[in-house]
Every structure is written in structure tokens, then in C-alpha cells.
Design a binder for this molecule. Structure first.
Ligand code: C2E
Ligand code: CA
Ligand code: CA
Length: 607
């Protein structure tokens, strides 16, 4: 795969003096400075390896940087090269989401200064350019699965050319071979595209139509473990079932490539006509197959698209069905998904949003809300959990669930997390004790990404030093899944260093993952936070809750504190207290509020 050529008047490559034949000489000041290219390359090379030589990488990145430079200086402003660069990164196999995160960070922090630009207009240009870059990156990622299929198609075309030479003697045989698959005798994708074209252009065109693309889940495992012969026989058996099912309904079945099939559903009256077919297909394939004396059980995933003929082209239908198939796989396989424009735009919007994180950090758009943690036995305030919020200029206040995962995917959670931690510690220094009890602690979420950051402990201890917050007043929450990864890894020593200084570490959302006590032994953990789902159906009117009861008593034997989150009613709070749970958190005790509103809360509670 090659990266796209720069848009505009031609590449502003630096290089030997004098124009190459046929290319325009580089305009003065249009080439990107070398130090920018070097910083960018270093940043992304740390998170993504591509099999290219150093000079190749350098010239590729120089080209991308030149494109961006030219865009920044274009009059009138044209941000479209951003899109091309985003797509180009993916095309060059720089396709990990962290690459986007690093790219945005580097460009956000350096591009203006390196180009000697400043001011609001330049910043606005940069934001637009980065948004374009993220969109290009996101779209290209989505199209990647399709690209892979392009390759297969190209190979098939080459094979056809070969077949053409060999079979020229027999025209009829050739025509059949060109449009059919030799293993299953099913029509191939070429025939499907022909048929679609016919349907969509005929005067008596179908009003609506649907397409269901089917992919066997983990088919390669069958091939690898039982051999290609069994794999082939299984594909033939699958074909028979699909044919039986579709023939009843009069639908065309085709084999697209190795383990991918498609069913064309003509004259639909709405999406259900297509999704019903997907339901039937998945049910039919779920029954065991008997092949070469073996009983094989497989599952399949399907992507469905259904739309009015006037809005469709063969390639847009195939592309939409492929995107939906990709969702079905991503959502856990063994299911179908229907293409929705809204989900597609959401995917793209997520990437656009992530491109805004660094500038939002610079502009101070992130802040923390604090939610009280209350001692169940006494009703006293124990501490506050700090929860991230983004005051987005267009979208309003975004809760953590809207952007934390995004920041984790792109790696931007690392700088954001440490900045929020510092803010939380700073705020907590102002909380005073009352009636001789300990002042409230602050509980900060740490994501898995941060845990794997070398030097994390030193960085956190430095923040504590700087803000003057005693380590014992900081609690760090790590999720169960992150904790599982830690046990044994180098992150363990980071956590140990923190615990040694008195920072409390708790496992967040306990009960949603492995709920395994074994790893708790190996980690310096002071307690657990029960996932709110565990509280479902909990009420002091009903007696007994064996799971909670068991969890809480095991924890108390291990000397671990237990915090329950998502406590919404007084009944739940009483029941938890009766079960011996120490601390509660949830709307019953208070919603998350900003630091400036905490004063009243701190005074009103009898802490
Ligand atoms: P979490 O750590 O499990 O946080 C609890 C979430 O439940 C919060 O949502 C909180 O507002 C909500 N909640 C609190 N009480 C109740 C209740 O009684 N009922 C219900 N239904 N919900 C309640 P939020 O703030 O949207 O945070 C979502 C997740 O984002 C957090 O889950 C945490 O995993 C993550 N997160 C939040 N802030 C940060 C941060 O600064 N860094 C990192 N790494 N992750 C964060
Ligand atoms: Ca938490
Ligand atoms: Ca939690």
C-alpha cells in the first residue's frame, strides 16, 4: 500500500536544489522544519512499528509534514490535506489509535511554533486541520477491512486473467468460471455486482433492496487445526444450507471470498425483511455440521444493509454491509448488525472528539467533580471520589463516560490523568478535619494505560510533594481488569512504591470482571469498591444477599476495606451497613459536585 500523494500544487519536498523534471519547485517556506518531522516520527515510532527503513520513514513523514505545512499556509485556507495525511498514516500501517493520539499531541504542541505562527486565527486553522486529520484517520481505519478485501479481489482478478488464458478455448466454460466459485459452484462477487448494477439501473428497478454479508467466525481455526480438506468440505456444507434457505425465499447467494458469503434480498419492504434473513442464516449455521466423520459447531457474524434503490450503488451497499459486519465482529461475533448512518457518524465523531483533547487541556476545559464517600456506620464523611468532566464549547458538559475511554484508546489519558490528579490533590489540601477526625481523602481513578507508564510512582509522589497533600490522603482506584494485568508486571513495583509511602490502592468496579481474590494477594491493595450492579435488588426489607454477604466477609477476613458504589436509596444503605460494608457512595449520599460547591457539603456533614 502506498501513501497518497499530497494534495495541491505538488509536494513541497526539501531536497537537492533545482526542480526535478516535471515537478514544480518547492515554494519558499512551504517545507516542514526537520525538527518537527523528527519529533513526530519519534513519537509515533514508540507506539507503532512499521517495516520501513529509516530513510523511508523519514521521507514519508517529511511528506506528511509538508502537506500540513502547506495547508496551514494556504490562502484561502484549505484543510483537506489533513484528511489525506490521516488516511496516509493508516495506509502506511501507522494504524494504531495511539499513533493518532501522539500525532495530535506533537502537532498541537509544536506545529505553530515550528512554523513561526501564532494567534487565534492560526490556532483555529490548526484545530480544523487536526479534526480533518482525525476524520481521515478514522475513515481509513473503517475502510481497512474493505482494503483487505480489495486485495483479495485483486488476487481473484489476477487468477481470472490466468483462467482466461487457459480457458480461451472454451468461451462458455470461461464465462461460467469467471462468475462462479469453483469450490462451491456459487456465483461470485463479480456476478453479485453485475446483478446489483442491473437491479439498480433497470427501468422497472426494485424500490428497495437488502444485502446480508456473512462471515464464519474464526474459520481459520478449523483450517489450521483440522486441515484445509475439512475446511473445504465445511464450506460446501455451509453453502448447501445457505442455498436451501435462500432458494426457498428466492434470494441470490454468492461466495465473496474464502469464508464470506452474501445474500441479496430483492424487493424488500423495510429493514426487517433483511434482518429476518440474517436471523435465519445465523440459526441455520448454528446447527452442527457433519463433515468427514466429524461433528463441527460453528458460529457466524453478519452485516445487513437495507435501503431504497435510488439511494444505493453496488459499492455503497457492499461497503455498508461490510461496516455492519465489522460491528457484528467487534460486538462479540455470533450476531448480526444492521448498518446505521448514526453509528457510522458516531464512530467518526469519536475520533474527531479525540483530536480536540490536547487543545481542551491547554484551554482548561477539563475539570473534576467530587462525589462524597460516607462511613456507613457513623454517617461521617470519609472522602471524595474525583470524577473527570469536560466543558466542551459546543457539546456542553461531557461526563467521563463520553471521553475517558477515547482518551485511553489514544493514550491521551496519560497526560490528562496526571494533570487531573494534580488538580485533585491541590483541592484536597484545602479540606479540613472536624471534631478531631481525619480530614477527607481524595480518591482518583487511574487507568490501565497510566499504570504502564514508567516512572508513574515518582510522578505521583512528586505531585504529592508539590501540593503538600500527605500520601495517606490519596486513594487510587484501578479497575479489576487493569489489576489483573498488573500482577507480575513492572507496574507492580510502581504500585508497591506508592503503597509503601502510604497511598491507598483500591480495586474499582469489583465484581464486573474476574472477581478473583487470588491476585489481590499479589497486589498492595487496601480495599475494593463493589460494582454498582451488585446492588441490584438489594433492600433492607428482604433478608439475605448471599453474594454481597460472601464478598464482604471474605474482604474483612483479608483485612480489605469495602466501599459500595451506586447507593441510590436509604434501604440499600441500611442493608449494606447491616452486611458490614464500611463505606458508601452514590446519589443517596450526594451527586458529584464541583470543588467550589464543596464548602457547604463539608460543613453540613458531621465529619
Ligand atoms: P466509576 O469510577 O465507576 O465512577 C462511578 C460513576 O458512577 C460516575 O460516572 C458517577 O457519576 C456514577 N454514579 C455515582 N453515583 C451513582 C449512583 O448512585 N447511581 C448511578 N447510576 N451512577 C452513579 P462518571 O463520572 O461518568 O464516570 C464514569 C467512569 O469514568 C468512572 O467510573 C471511571 O471509571 C471513569 N473516570 C472518571 N473520571 C476519571 C478520571 O479522572 N480518570 C480515569 N482514568 N477514569 C475516570
Ligand atoms: Ca472509580
Ligand atoms: Ca467504580
Amino acid at each position: 500500500m502506498t501513501a497518497p500523494e499530497p494534495a495541491g500544487t505538488g509536494p513541497a519536498r526539501r531536497g537537492p536544489a533545482g526542480p526535478e523534471p516535471g515537478t514544480a519547485p518547492p515554494a519558499p517556506g512551504r517545507a516542514a522544519p526537520e525538527q518537527l518531522v523528527r519529533a513526530w516520527l519519534t513519537a509515533i515510532h514508540q507506539v507503532c512499528f512499521v517495516p520501513m527503513s529509516r530513510p523511508e520513514r523519514q521521507s514519508l513523514m517529511q511528506r506528511f509534514a509538508d502537506q500540513l505545512t502547506a495547508a496551514m499556509r494556504s490562502e484561502p485556507f484549505d484543510p483537506s490535506p489533513g484528511h489525506a495525511v490521516g488516511a496516509g498514516l493508516v495506509a502506511a500501517d501507522y494504524a494504531a489509535p495511539e499513533v493518532l493520539g501522539r500525532t495530535i499531541t506533537v502537532l498541537q504542541t509544536r506545529l505553530l511554533a515550528d512554523l513561526g505562527l501564532a494567534g487565534e486565527a492560526a490556532e483555529a486553522r490548526l484545530s480544523t486541520l487536526l479534526a480533518e486529520l482525525s476524520t481521515g484517520f478514522a475513515r481509513a481505519l473503517q475502510n481497512r477491512t474493505l482494503d483487505a478485501q480489495e486485495l483479495i479481489r485483486a488476487a481473484a482478478t489476477a487468477a481470472q486473467a490466468e483462467a482466461e488464458r487457459e480457458l480461451r478455448a472454451s468461451e462458455a466454460r470461461y464465462r461460467y468460471a469467471a462468475l462462479h466459485d469453483s469450490l462451491t459452484n456459487l456465483p461470485n462477487e463479480r456476478l453479485l455486482v453485475n446483478r446489483l448494477r442491473q437491479l439498480l439501473t433497470a427501468p422497472e428497478a426494485a424500490r428497495r433492496l437488502g444485502l446480508c454479508c456473512i462471515d464464519l467466525d474464526r474459520f481459520e481455526r478449523i483450517n489450521d487445526s483440522l486441515g484445509p480438506r475439512v475446511g473445504d468440505r465445511l464450506l460446501v456444507a455451509v453453502t448447501l444450507r445457505l442455498r436451501g434457505l435462500a432458494a426457498d425465499l428466492g434470494h441470490l447467494v454468492v461466495r465473496r471470498n474464502s469464508d464470506q458469503f452474501a445474500i441479496l434480498i430483492e424487493n424488500t419492504n423495510g429493514p426487517e425483511d433483511a434482518t429476518k434473513v440474517a436471523d435465519r442464516v445465523l440459526a441455520a449455521l448454528a446447527k452442527p455440521f457433519h463433515v468427514e466423520g466429524l461433528e463441527l459447531t460453528i458460529t457466524a457474524s453478519a452485516g445487513v444493509v437495507e435501503r431504497a434503490a435510488e439511494d444505493a450503488t453496488p459499492s455503497s451497499l457492499l461497503q455498508a454491509a461490510d461496516v455492519a459486519l465489522h460491528w457484528a465482529k467487534a460486538d462479540g461475533r455470533n450476531r448480526w448488525r444492521r448498518y446505521e448512518e448514526a453509528r457510522n457518524s458516531r464512530d467518526v465523531a469519536r475520533y474527531r472528539l479525540s483530536s480536540q483533547i490536547p487543545s481542551a487541556m491547554r484551554k482548561g476545559e477539563f475539570t473534576l467533580a467530587y462525589q462524597p464517600l460516607v462511613q456507613l456506620a457513623t454517617g461521617r464523611l470519609a472522602g471524595f471520589e474525583a470524577l473527570a468532566r469536560w466543558h466542551h464549547p459546543e457539546l456542553g458538559v461531557l461526563g467521563a463516560d463520553r471521553f475517558v475511554e477515547l482518551a485511553e484508546d489514544t493514550g491521551l489519558i496519560v497526560p490528562l490523568g496526571i494533570r487531573l490528579l494534580a488538580e485533585a490533590c491541590q483541592t484536597a489540601t484545602r479540606w479540613r478535619s472536624r471534631n478531631g477526625t481525619a480530614p477527607p481523602y481524595v480518591s482518583v481513578n487511574l487507568s490501565a494505560r497510566q499504570l504502564h507508564q514508567p516512572g508513574l510512582a515518582a510522578e505521583i509522589l512528586e505531585v504529592l510533594d508539590r501540593t503538600g497533600l500527605p500520601p495517606t490522603r490519596l486513594q487510587l482506584e484501578i479497575t479489576e481488569s487493569a489489576a489483573v494485568v498488573v500482577s507480575g508486571g513492572h507496574a507492580l513495583s510502581e504500585l508497591e512504591a506508592l503503597a509503601h509511602r502510604g497511598v491507598r490502592i483500591v480495586i474499582d468496579d469489583f465484581g464486573t470482571g474476574y472477581s478473583n481474590f487470588a491476585y489481590l494477594y499479589s497486589l498492595p491493595v487496601a480495599g475494593i469498591k463493589l460494582a454498582s450492579q451488585l446492588l441490584d435488588g438489594l433492600d433492607d426489607q428482604k433478608v439475605g444477599h448471599p453474594i454481597l454477604n460472601g464478598l464482604i466477609s471474605v474482604c474483612s477476613k483479608l483485612g480489605l476495606s469495602v466501599t459500595a458504589e451506586g447507593v441510590e436509596t436509604a434501604g440499600q444503605a441500611r442493608a449494606l451497613r447491616a452486611l458490614g460494608c464500611e463505606v458508601g457512595q452514590g446519589w443517596h449520599f450526594g451527586r458529584p459536585v464541583y470543588a467550589d460547591r464543596l464548602g457547604a457539603l463539608l460543613r453540613s456533614r458531621k465529619n
